[in-house]
Design a protein around this ligand. Structure first.
Ligand code: UD1
Ligand code: UDP
Length: 352
C-alpha cells in the first residue's frame, strides 16, 4: 500500500481533510501531520472530534509566529518526518503557511506533492495566501483544482501536466454534514436566533484585521445594519480589535460569540438572512447553501460566486457594505463547484 503524508494546520484544512481522508484510507496508508498553526480547542480539536478526522500521527506544536519563523519551524520539522517515514506522496490543502512548509519540504526531497484546491488566484501578492498558493502550485506534481477557472489560472502560468478539475472538496463536506448539522446543532436556540432573521458575520483576513482604518469602516457598517447579527470572532480579529481599542460590544443587536464548530457553523450559515464575510470557505458555503453573501474584500478567488449577485464584492467602504446588505437580489445558483464527489475523484485519479 502506498503511503501518503498529509500536512494540516489551520481550521479550513481540517474541514477539507474530513471527506478526503475518508476516501484516501480506502486505498492508501495515510499519516497526518498537524503543524499546530491553529491550536485553540475551537480552532482545531473540535473539528477532529466532530468530523471523525483520524488523530494526527505527528503534532508539531509550532503555534503562532511571524511568517518566516512559523513557516521555517514547520519546514524543519516536516523534513525530519519525511526523512524518517519516506512517503510516496505528500498532500497539502489550500494556501496557508502550513501548506507552503509541507510542499517545500517534500519538493526538496523529491517527494511528489499533491495539492488540493490548486490554481486559485486573487492576483494580489500582498496577501500571504497568494504567495503560498503560487509557490505550492509550482512545486506540486499533481494539482487538483476546484473549478475550471483554477485550471485556466494554472494554464496561464504554464502548469499544464497532471492538472484536474475535480470539483470542490468543501462541497463534499457541506453535502455530507448539512443534515447532520440540522439535527444536532442547537446553536440557534443557544443564542435566541430565529431562522432567516439574522446576519452572520466572519472577519479574519489579515488585510482587513491588521488595518485600523478598514476595521473602523467595517465596524461602522455593522453598527448601521439593523436587526440581529451573530459574529463568531476569530482569535486574530479579537486580538487586533483589542490592540486597536475598537469596541464591538457597542454594535446594537450583535451576538459576539467564540468561534464555533463546523456543525454549528453550517447551521448558522443555512439559516442566515445574509452572510457578511472575508473568508474564502464561508463565501463558498454561502453559495452551496444558497444564502446571499457580501464579501468584504477587494478581490475574490471564487469569481463564480459573483455571477448573478449571489455574492457581492464590496471591499471595506462603509456605505458599500450597508448598500449591499439591503440590496434586493434574485441569484441564480449553478453547479460551478462539481458534484460533491471531489474526494472520490481525487483518490480514483491517484489510484490510477
Ligand atoms: C490562517 C491562514 C489564512 C486562513 C486562516 C483560516 C496563513 C498565512 N494564514 O490565518 O490563510 O484563512 O488561517 O482561519 O497561513 N490564534 C490564536 N489561536 C489559534 C490560532 C491563531 O489565538 O488557535 C491567533 C494568534 O494570535 C495568531 C493569529 O491568531 O498570531 C493568527 O493566526 P495564524 O495562523 O498566523 O493566521 P490566521 O489569521 O489564523
Ligand atoms: N468555520 C467554523 N467556525 C467558525 C468560522 C468558520 O467552523 O466559527 C468554518 C467555515 O464553515 C468554513 C471554514 O471554517 O468551513 C472557513 O475557514 P476560515 O474562514 O477560517 O478560513 P478561509 O476559508 O478563509 O481560509
Amino acid at each position: 500500500m502506498k503511503k501518503i503524508i498529509t500536512v494540516l494546520g489551520a481550521r479550513p484544512q481540517f474541514i477539507k481533510a474530513a471527506p478526503v481522508s475518508r476516501e484516501i484510507r480506502k486505498e492508501f496508508q495515510e499519516l497526518i501531520v498537524h503543524t499546530g498553526q491553529h491550536y485553540d480547542q475551537n480552532m482545531s480539536d473540535i473539528f477532529f472530534e466532530e468530523l471523525s478526522i483520524p488523530k494526527p500521527d505527528y503534532h508539531l506544536g509550532i503555534g503562532s509566529g511571524s511568517h518566516g519563523e512559523q513557516t521555517g519551524k514547520m519546514l524543519a520539522s516536516i523534513e525530519e518526518i519525511l526523512l524518517k517515514e519516506k512517503p510516496d506522496y505528500l498532500l497539502v490543502y489550500g494556501d496557508t503557511n502550513s501548506t507552503l512548509a509541507g510542499s517545500l519540504a517534500a519538493a526538496k526531497l523529491h517527494i511528489p506533492v499533491l495539492h488540493i484546491e490548486a490554481g486559485l488566484r486573487s492576483f494580489n501578492k500582498k496577501m500571504p495566501e497568494e504567495i503560498n498558493r503560487i509557490m505550492t502550485d509550482h512545486v506540486s506534481s499533481y494539482l487538483f483544482c476546484p473549478t475550471e477557472t483554477a485550471v485556466q489560472n494554472l494554464y496561464k502560468e504554464n502548469i499544464k501536466e497532471n492538472v484536474w478539475n475535480v470539483g470542490d472538496v468543501m462541497y463534499d463536506a457541506v453535502i455530507y454534514n448539512k443534515e447532520i448539522a440540522e439535527e444536532r446543532s442547537t446553536v440557534l436556540q443557544d443564542h435566541q436566533l430565529s431562522s432567516k432573521d439574522y446576519y452572520l458575520i466572519t472577519i479574519h483576513r489579515a488585510e482587513n484585521t491588521d488595518d485600523f482604518e478598514k476595521m473602523t469602516r467595517i465596524i461602522d457598517a455593522f453598527s448601521q445594519i439593523k436587526g440581529p447579527k451573530v459574529w463568531p470572532v476569530h482569535p486574530r480579529t479579537k486580538k487586533k480589535l483589542h490592540s486597536f481599542g475598537l469596541d464591538i460590544n457597542k454594535i446594537p443587536d450583535l451576538h459576539i460569540i467564540e468561534p464555533v464548530g463546523y456543525l454549528d457553523m453550517l447551521k448558522l450559515e443555512n439559516h442566515a438572512l445574509k452572510i457578511l464575510t472575508d473568508s474564502g470557505g464561508v463565501q463558498k458555503e454561502a453559495y452551496f447553501m444558497e444564502v446571499p453573501c457580501v464579501t468584504l474584500r477587494e478581490q475574490t478567488e471564487w469569481v463564480e460566486t459573483l455571477e448573478s449577485e449571489a455574492n457581492i464584492l464590496v471591499g471595506t467602504d462603509t456605505q458599500k457594505i450597508v448598500d449591499a446588505v439591503y440590496k434586493s437580489i434574485s441569484p441564480n445558483y449553478e453547479a460551478y463547484f462539481g458534484e460533491a464527489d471531489a474526494s472520490r475523484k481525487i483518490v480514483e485519479l491517484l489510484s490510477k
